[in-house]
Write a protein that binds this ligand. Structure first.
Ligand SMILES: NC(=O)c1ccc[n+]([C@@H]2O[C@H](COP(=O)([O-])OP(=O)(O)OC[C@H]3O[C@@H](n4cnc5c(N)ncnc54)[C@H](O)[C@@H]3O)[C@@H](O)[C@H]2O)c1
Ligand SMILES: [Zn+2]
Length: 686
């Protein structure tokens, strides 16, 4: 045994414990961890090592001796019939071999042990109590002795049977398992939360925990939770079977979901082979796992081995390389995608995460940057799950240096210098030099030549790529300078097809205004919108001269489209390319602009409406178009000048704002009356 621990060690131990306590609280109580598990595990290991060296420093309250966190107030307490423990961890193969060795020594046997093995799901542990086959209580693990009674929430999870199938159920049976959220459902949930400002979760485990521990079971019911049973706690009377493996089979027969990847293997070697097999399959599994669990298969031997303070001796979790790590964000660069999206990309201090070294990670878009409050110089959490692009998942705010800098979207495209625009209500910023920008070149040309645009027969995607890669075409107008000699020199092009292509290009020059507008590839201008613009303005020059207000007079054109169109034509480079196309001979018929609607057709002229929430009979865009067709303006924000706010289902802040300002609020029926034509009588609020 060691001499009394030096003061420095005591201080270190204290410091580690208070850090771990803090992180336990964030993780177990708030479901909102600040640091990745790998970083937490390092702190815990450090404390474990010090306590091993100085056992007199161990106290029962030490995070090394405890399970989980305190139950949330607000839920009734659920006392466990048998303690719910944690699992010891192994990070390396040697630790697994040592575990197996230790058990055989303890059991005093040279026999090979059989292990029940399964993936370690990353969710949260629950205890389900069945009495005579009926679910009577669901509880979280809590601190291992007392959990939260979450019966109403548990009952909303479809994967959990309220009544067991079959017969001969024990009078009391406590099933234990993991509530989790499938990866795809987690992504959808977060995507929706990002859109409507709900809570965005760091990873599927926290999404599952946060969803399950809701005081309102209706919220839980809306969350896509699932469940796998992995064992039995208390059972009256005796065991269901002799082994762990057979116990799970019995649970499956009673209608409980058990993991299809479970297996029974022989010895440490069998465990390690299983570990490698599941590792290969990991990315394809629909749920997230952070390791595999090995349990002595014989229940008799499990009982003989028993427990230490916080975990059974007969089981161990063998962890995979972490999918989240922390590192420093050194710089942010902006990349321009093929469709002009300008994306912030983090340059990182290289870090080993998800099995590879990562030095770049996406920050998605500026909304995400602001939401996560990421700054240059920050210590960030990098997440790389499966083959998805690594992303910055969060910031460790405590480690922010004083000189951390804000991330600012550039005003001009880093590739072509055109202005970067971000229409109201959109998360993505885009380069508006669609016809000119080198990053968007390939897509622009493919689109321009496509069948519904200028319809250049024989100019397929492969050919466009060759033309761009060889520097033969930079901008769309260069297409018209190609001659058959040049084209015949390309891969898979004979003289005949080269001549045909030149002829097709010549033919494509005679087009229509709506096709030409569509061919420009302006964001959100599809064929129908292009037709509307062509019919309304009659000529390209009139369209190019139109401001946002004039554009919004066109049916189907809302503020977003108007902004994309005016930003596009405002770029001198785009105008140059259009001019070059005209000079190359691209032409179409033009006509006088459509007659302005008379006042009689414009009963809502001078009114401004704001649409919010979900309408049942049409989309908000449709409603907006119909209001505009009657002469009204449709705006995105509520002010004193707003005539009325039309509030559909689940209308939120805009409705509140209207009420504050005393602006009338219309429901869908009132909107229909308004659109139905009662020209002046529609007094808002009736
Ligand atoms: N990031 C943070 O701030 C933070 C804070 C606290 C804890 N943590 C993380 O939480 C984990 C520790 O939590 P823990 O004590 O719950 O231990 P654990 O997650 O390492 O292991 C025990 C749990 O594994 C789960 N499990 C999944 N599949 C299982 C199976 N087949 N059989 C048995 N159990 C299975 C159960 O929920 C069980 O409670 C560590 O990974 C740690 O990094 C992180
Ligand atoms: Zn650009």
């Amino acid at each position: 045994m060691n001499d009394a621990a030096p003061e420095a060690v005591r201080e270190k131990v204290e410091a580690l414990r208070s850090q771990l306590d803090h992180h336990d609280y964030r993780y177990y109580v708030l479901d909102d961890p600040e640091i990745p598990d790998a970083a937490y595990d390092r702190l815990l290991r450090e404390l474990q090592d010090l306590e091993a060296e100085y056992p007199e420093l161990v106290t029962p309250e030490s995070p090394t001796q405890r399970v989980g966190g305190r139950p949330l107030e607000g839920f009734p307490e659920a006392r466990h019939l048998l303690p719910m423990l944690s699992l010891d961890n192994a990070f390396e193969e040697a630790e697994v071999l040592a575990f197996d060795q230790r058990l055989r020594e303890r059991l005093d046997t040279h026999d090979t042990l059989a292990y029940a093995v399964e993936p370690k799901l990353d969710g949260l542990a629950v205890s389900l109590l069945y009495e005579n086959g009926q679910l009577v209580r669901g509880a979280t693990r809590g601190d291992g002795t007392t959990g939260e009674d979450i019966t109403s929430n548990i009952r909303t999870i479809r994967a959990i049977p309220l009544r067991l199938q079959g017969a001969h159920h024990p009078p009391r049976l406590e099933v234990r398992g993991e509530v989790y959220m499938e990866k795809a459902r987690f992504e959808t949930l977060n995507a929706r939360a990002r859109e409507d400002g709900g809570k965005v979760f760091v990873n599927p485990r926290n999404a599952a925990a946060g969803s399950l521990r809701q005081l309102d079971p209706r919220v839980t019911a809306e969350r896509p939770l699932s469940f796998f049973a992995y064992g039995v706690g208390y059972v009256e009377t005796g065991n269901l079977a002799d082994t762990q493996g057979e116990t799970l089979d019995q649970l499956a027969r009673w209608g409980l979901r058990v993991c299809p990847e479970r297996d029974v293997v022989s010895g440490a070697e069998g465990c390690l082979a299983y570990y490698r097999r599941i590792c290969q399959a990991r990315d394809e599994l629909p749920y997230e796992i952070d390791g595999v669990v090995y349990k002595v298969n014989s229940l008799r031997l499990q009982q003989e081995l028993g427990f230490v303070s916080r975990a059974p001796r007969w089981a161990i979790a063998h962890k995979y390389p972490a999918q989240e790590q922390i590192t420093v964000l050194k710089e942010v660069e902006f990349q321009v995608g093929r469709t002009g999206a300008v994306t912030p990309v983090a340059r990182l201090e290289p870090v080993f995460v998800g099995g590879v070294t990562v030095s770049n990670a996406t920050l998605h878009n500026m909304d995400e940057v602001l939401r996560k409050d990421v700054r240059i110089g920050d210590t960030v959490i990098v997440r790389r799950a499966g083959d998805v692009i690594p992303e910055v998942a969060g910031v460790v705010k405590d480690l922010r240096p004083e000189d951390a800098r804000a991330i600012v979207m550039p005003e001009t495209c880093p590739v072509c210098g055109s202005s970067v625009v971000r229409p109201e209500g959109e998360a993505v910023s885009r380069c508006s030099g669609g016809l000119y920008c080198a990053a968007q070149r390939r897509e622009a040309i493919k689109h321009f030549a496509s069948r519904r645009a200028l319809d250049v027969e024989g100019l397929g995607d492969k050919l466009v790529e060759q033309l761009v890669d060889r520097g033969l075409v930079e901008h769309v107008d260069d297409l018209y300078a190609l001659d058959s000699a040049t084209l015949a020199g390309l891969e898979r092009m004979g003289e005949k097809s080269a001549a045909n292509l030149v002829a097709a290009l010549e033919k494509s020059k005679h087009t229509t205004l709506d096709r030409f507008i569509f061919a420009l590839g302006i964001r959100e201008v599809g064929e129908a919108t292009a037709r509307g613009l062509a019919a309304h303005f009659g000529s390209l020059d009139a369209l190019m001269a139109a401001d946002a207000d004039a554009l919004m007079q066109v049916p189907d054109v809302g503020p977003k489209v108007a902004e994309h169109v005016s930003a596009f034509f405002a770029q001198p480079h785009n105008r140059e390319v259009i001019q070059a196309l005209r000079e190359a001979g691209v032409r179409w018929e033009e006509h006088e602009p459509a007659a302005r609607p008379s006042d009689e057709d414009q009963p809502l002229a001078g009114c401004t409406y704001v649409l919010t929430g979900t309408l049942s009979s049409m989309t908000r865009d449709e409603a907006g178009a119909r209001l505009r067709a009657l002469g009204a303006k449709v705006s995105g924000s509520v002010s004193k000048k707003t005539t009325a706010v039309v509030a559909g289902d689940a209308a939120g802040s805009k409705r509140d704002k209207a009420e504050q300002l005393g602006v009338p609020v219309l429901d869908e029926r009132a909107l229909m009356e308004l659109l139905g034509g009662s020209a002046t009588g529609a007094e808002p609020g009736d």
